[in-house]
Design a binder for this molecule. Sequence first.
Ligand code: CA
Length: 228
Amino acid sequence: MAKGKILIIEDEVSLARFVELELTFEGYEVTVAHDGREGFDAFEKQKYDLLLLDLMLPGMDGMEICRRIRKISNIPIIILTAKDEISDKVAGLDSGASDYITKPFAIEELLARMRAAMRKVQTFDIKLNSLTFKDMVIDTDKRMVHIAGEAVELTKKEYELLLYLVKNKNIVLTREQIFNKVWGYDYLGETNVVDVYIRYLRAKIDERFGKRYIFTARGVGYYVSDEK
Ligand code: CA
C-alpha cells in the first residue's frame, strides 16, 4: 500500500527525477510536473497528501501556487529552493508553506521533513473538527457546544466569541481584539458589545454549569483558562 500521494512541481528535470525515484523506492506514489501551471492543474485534479514545490518555475511561480492552494486546501507543502536567502524562506512560509528545504539537500532530510509535515497535518485535522477545553467540547463542523455531555444553545455571535476564546485559551484577549475578530471592522456598533456578549456567555455557561470558564483581565479584556 502506498504511504501517500506526493506531487512534485520542479522544473529541474534531473532533480525531479531523482526525488521521484527515491520517493517511489520509499513506497510513495509520485506525480511530477515540470511547469507551474501544469502542476497546479495536476493538484486540482486529484487529492495528494503532500506537495514538494520549487519556487522558480515556468508557467506560474511557486509562491503563487502556494497562495492559490492555501485558499482551498491544508495539504502540507514543502518548498524546495535553491535560494537560501532568509527573505525567500519567510515569504514562502508566509504564503502558506509548511516547511522548506534548501537545495542541494540530503534525501534523508527531505524524507524526515515530509514525515513531520504529514504528521502535523493529521493532528491539525483532528483539532479542526473538535476542540476540547475542560469538560467542554466544541464541534466546529456542526458548530455545536457540549459541556459535561449537555448541549449548550448559542447564537452565532456567542458561538464565534466562545470559539475565539477557546482557540486562544490562557491568553488574555483585549476587547478590541475580540471585537475585531468576532464583529469585524465594519461593525458600526459600540465595542461594549463584547462585554454584553461575555455576560450572555457567562449566563449560558459559567452560571448554568456552576464553574468558571471565562475570566476577566481587569481593564484589558477576557480569557478562558484551565485554572479553577
Ligand atoms: Ca526551478
